[in-house]
Write a protein that binds this ligand. Sequence first.
Ligand code: 5RP
Length: 230
Amino acid sequence: MNSEELKRQAAARALEYVQSGMKLGLGTGSTARHFVELLGARVRDGLEVIGVPTSETTRHDAIRCGIRLTTLDEVDRLDLTVDGADEIDPALNLIKGGGGALLREKIVAAASDRMIVIADDTKWVETLGRFPLPIEVIPFGLGATQRAIEKAFVACGVAGELVVRKAKDGHVFVTDGGHWIVDAHLGRIGDAPGLAQSLGLIPGVVEHGLFIGLASVAMLAGSQGIRVVE
Ligand code: 5RP
């Protein structure tokens, strides 16, 4: 089974948790897109849900699939968010933001009663950090922000190169919020909660891709089937 089929299987499993009347957070990325497509098919069969998309890309996908949308201004809490991840550790801490949507993804996950992470099992790691950690920053004062980030790394016992993300056309990648992303190549993050806290204190850092304590369940699709980790 190829990786797209595995992602779709994980998405299909998450769909079993969706009930009529739910308010849903809709994630971003190739795995989350499978979920949106499968959800759309259920909506066309009569399932009544309303969704908050975590990116402009997901907004367009959801509209194309016929899913009714709302915003976090119009609804208070969401019942469930289903999203992908770049890495998942045994405590269900995550690295997210490979697709650049981490800010909206974290706002939506934090406004949700539950977050289901869907992925193929290559995303499962013992320790976070092999995937470069996305850090969303304000372009103003980037040098100062990067130096503060490097100081936080030293304090947290990690080190690695910071690379400003580029889009496919070679220009700087700009997020849906109009910010930039620096990807931190750390290799291993021994204390992810500690690093998350330190990065959160830096002026100029809008958000980072460490999702600590937000995910409730992970659905990991592999050649042996789906492993559900809670
Ligand atoms: C986007 C994300 C994605 O969920 C993450 O990058 C995983 O994407 P994919 O399902 O394509 O592997 O965090 O910001």
